[in-house]
Design a protein around this ligand. Sequence first.
Ligand code: NAD
Ligand code: GLY
Length: 356
Amino acid sequence: MKKIKVDLGERAYDILISAGITNSPIKELNDILGERKILTVTDTNVSEIYKLHISQIIDSEFSIFQAGEENKTLETMGKIYHDAVCAGLNRKSVITGFGGGVSGDIAGFAASSYMRGIDFVQIPTTLLAMVDSSVGGKTGVDLPEGKNLVGAFWQPQIVIIDTHFLQTLPKREILCGLAEIVKYAVIMDSDFFDLLEQNVDKLINLDLEFYEKIIAKCCELKAYVVKEDEKENGLRAILNYGHTFGHAIEKEANYGEIQHGEGVSIGMSIAADLAVNVRYMQKEDAIRQENLLKQLGLPTSYSNFQPEKLFENMSSDKKKQDSKTRLILPSQIGIASLLDYITKEDIISAIRGRKN
Ligand code: NAD
Ligand code: GLY
């Protein structure tokens, strides 16, 4: 088993990673839960496959919502609060987020606000949630006006990662997680990028032993960033590499046809081109990123959208501050920074360059 600490002083917590860790009682989890009342928030898909499995190690009531990003809403929050009251949760109780990023984000936000905040546990079941959303305390829901517009920073007490859950995850969802994994390597760790390049077959064939290693690496990298900048006043913004373009594409696709990780993959491709065009990064590094994304089976271009419309969507992204477009761009594999001097023309030109 791998154990990673997210060192946030009195809000510090551990991430436990192991294949099959949820097959038997987990002492570290039980020490936290004790005899307290627990509500497990999960979606219909995860519940159908794993409700019985998780019930064997956590004595919990359940709040189950219809799977899908379109249900990461205030309406679903209302149902969770209702289920929490019906289950008799009080200020000492615990909410568990069991599922992908949607379950974790919404469960965490419910925990942050129910009775002014109760304890929270994350048990991610998608690759994206294992390497990204379950760590770092960002919680929230979408509004009709945009994604993740309401939420709170609310750190979990513990994160339990069982790579066995990946065995039932649709291939497309695995790919979405892989986009975030490539992201960590490009922005923070060139050795990690080398490792990914050298093990594409293990990534494609879902070698769980290898996944345990790379999930742990991503969690370590994220734990470092979150420790340095929990509330995203600086460094944490690098985790948004590819995301500003990605969100613009997802929005244009009405959050359906193109999934988050696919948007991020195309977004990283646009961002790398832009970095090359403004002479911030060598072309060879952009080619390495492109090759890795393609070998994994991730998209690096789009066809249906107008570049100018994508730029407009970027301008309404909530990560934008004042009138400047701030972008995370890599200067080489393993290093990225937030730049605020890139012109609109350069951005549109890079977006245009990735249209099929
Ligand atoms: P998701 O939670 O919708 O899960 C994707 C699909 O996989 C769903 O249909 C789900 O039911 C299904 N699923 C989950 N686990 C499964 C399993 N083991 N086997 C079979 N099916 C399974 O989506 P996601 O991609 O995990 O997360 C995306 C969300 O995460 C977005 O809302 C995004 O905003 C959020 N996010 C949050 C953060 C953060 O820091 N909080 C970071 C990145 C993304
Ligand atoms: N996924 C971006 C963050 O956690 O900050």
